[in-house]
Design a protein around this ligand. Structure first.
Ligand SMILES: [Zn+2]
Length: 387
């Protein structure tokens, strides 16, 4: 069965239209769109999410993506069946690993990333670093954040034998905090399988979504962050397909806000922030999500800055790469105010433009700043050698 056709570009097959597939049926969402939103998730995992009612608008997932998928074309990483340690509590055991230096600095001038994985929930967090030695600082920040949130204490930290964990300062800090530092015997890298595997998966997914969008290598950190965000919200094999974020928070995860990384996005510009003649929306590119508060991270190419907004209209058929070739009628979609948003459901604009209004979730009451400027990388959900 042919799912999509595209031209070969290095090891990837680039599809010619926005997401490679025509809609399976009118008025229904395409499984391939969800496959792409989820960073090229497997059909099996997508089916799993669908069976739990997490993919609104999707009728069925009767597609095998493997043959057309850009990830499928790459060498599949074979995962060893990792024995699930008998860890009953969050933060009882944490895995960590550092990745880098990247061949290109990120937009935020970072070269490394460090990940922390909670063994119980398998949730992953990532911090982007300028130097390898910043690992200690990142660990302290992360520790304070997760311990405050859960009221629990980190018991064991499992790391590779990298120099950054051998510093006396780091060892002393762990000792004082009652954290048992478990280091791996040199020459047996398989012992740190969990963190290493995660970093490989993150790097690979990040590369795929970035290449598909046409965003430059400098966006590797945003892509890694997004990959982590998606991994935390997808079925996890070691958890028997439970969702890490749900295990971590104990709350149900909603996915209706997930959009294709790198797609063209129109950010609403509030009245007080623009003069009468300015456009009502700013054309940007989706480059990520906020961790706790619902909101998107967007790249404003014209002004070369990161923007955070909840008021965004997406065109998931057009990626960053083709942003200038976008037909003119799609460039400036009218902004529909919140009064047009009905019951948390997405509102379709026009006829089949693929332009969608992302609704404001009704249960959220506090006002969120419209265009809060972010530092290019906030320490959220996650790693890279050759982005
Ligand atoms: Zn794919």
């Amino acid at each position: 069965m042919t799912i999509a056709r595209g031209t070969k570009n290095m090891t990837l097959y680039m599809t010619t239209d926005g997401y490679g597939l025509t809609k399976m049926a009118e008025g229904r969402e395409d499984p391939n769109l969800w496959h792409q939103r989820f960073g090229h998730i497997s059909s099996q995992r997508l089916k799993c999410l669908h069976s739990r009612g997490k993919l609104p608008g999707l009728k069925s997932v009767e597609v095998d993506f493997y043959k057309s998928c850009i990830l499928g074309k790459q060498k599949r990483v074979s995962f060893k069946k990792t024995r699930r340690a008998s860890v009953k509590e969050k933060l009882e055991l944490v895995h960590t690993d550092v990745c880098g230096p990247a061949s290109v600095s990120s937009i935020g001038d970072k070269q490394y990333f460090v990940t922390f994985i909670d063994n119980h929930s398998r949730k992953v967090w990532g911090y982007f670093l300028r130097h390898r030695s910043n690992v200690f600082e990142a660990f302290k920040k992360w520790k304070a954040m997760v311990e405050n949130k859960t009221g629990l204490k980190i018991k064991k930290l499992h790391s590779d034998n990298g120099g950054e964990y051998k510093y006396n300062e780091f060892k002393k800090f762990c000792y004082k905090s009652g954290i048992k530092l478990i280091r791996i015997v040199p020459g047996t890298p398989q012992q740190n399988g969990i963190a290493e595997c995660m970093n490989r998966t993150l790097t690979e997914r990040a590369r795929s979504i970035r290449l598909q969008s046409g965003l430059l290598k400098q966006f590797w950190a945003e892509a890694v962050n997004t990959a982590a965000y998606l991994i935390n919200r997808g079925p996890s094999k070691p958890l028997d397909l439970a969702i890490p974020e749900e295990i971590w928070t104990g709350k149900e995860v909603k996915l209706s806000h997930v959009k294709v990384f790198g797609c063209v996005s129109y950010v609403h510009v509030s009245d007080h922030a623009r003069s009468k003649l300015d456009a009502k929306s700013l054309k940007c590119t989706l480059v990520g999500y906020g961790e706790d508060e619902f909101g998107y991270k967007l790249w404003d190419d014209q002004n070369r800055k990161m923007i955070r907004s909840r008021d965004v209209v997406f065109n998931e058929k057009v990626m960053y790469n083709d942003r200038n070739a976008e037909p003119s009628e799609q460039r400036e979609p009218d902004y529909f105010g919140p009064e047009d948003v009905s019951g948390g459901k997405a509102v379709e604009h026009g006829s089949n433009h693929g332009v969608e209004k992302q609704s404001v979730q009704p249960q959220v009451e506090k006002p969120i700043p419209q265009n809060e400027i972010l530092s290019p990388q906030s320490p959220i959900g996650q790693r890279v050698l050759n982005p």
